[in-house]
Write a protein of this length. Structure first.
Length: 161
């Protein structure tokens, strides 16, 4: 079947199997490998991206279900070569180790900050609770999201030592 959607601002059309998952469409058909594929059961959150502004685990969505929709992946987060505030926060606060969960965490954190620009630690922890990280213990991830909330201009600001 043919599916057309907008991905990071560009309209794309591909012929796909009706049972193809959105995560595989994004990675295999479009070559956008920043969205990671971890579990196929919606438990890990590494495949989190946005469909029509909502954070979704793309291993639970068929590509056909995203037809006609607006999809945003981690590749579309930085703009004009400048890191987004969340990306900068992960850099500043050492919010990653192996990096496998990071794209899903970033997409979830951005989703949260669009809805709550000044979340407290509990709200951040609740928002990222569907994204598993086996390396960091979450402390630096929470600090990275707080950093982004406190520096919404992100990479445009200088961070004092």
């Amino acid at each position: 079947m043919q599916v057309t959607m907008t991905v990071n601002g560009d309209e794309v059309t591909r012929d796909v199997e009706p049972r193809m998952l959105l995560v595989h469409f994004i990675r295999d058909e479009l070559g956008l490998t920043g969205t990671h594929w971890g579990c196929d059961t919606s438990n890990c959150g590494t495949c989190t991206l946005w469909v029509d502004g909502e954070a979704v685990k793309s291993c639970t969505v068929l590509a056909a279900m995203a037809g006609g929709r607006d999809v945003h992946t981690v590749e579309g987060v930085a703009q004009n070569g400048e890191l987004d505030a969340v990306q900068q926060g992960f850099l500043e606060e050492h919010g990653l180790q192996c990096g496998f969960c990071t794209p899903g965490m970033i997409m979830t954190a951005k989703w949260l900050l669009e809805r709550d620009p000044d979340p407290d630690e509990g709200t951040i922890r609740e928002a990222i609770s569907g994204n598993l990280c086996r390396c960091t213990g979450y402390e630096n991830i929470v600090r990275a999201v707080r950093w982004a909330a406190e520096h919404p201009a992100g990479a445009d600001e200088e961070v004092s030592a």
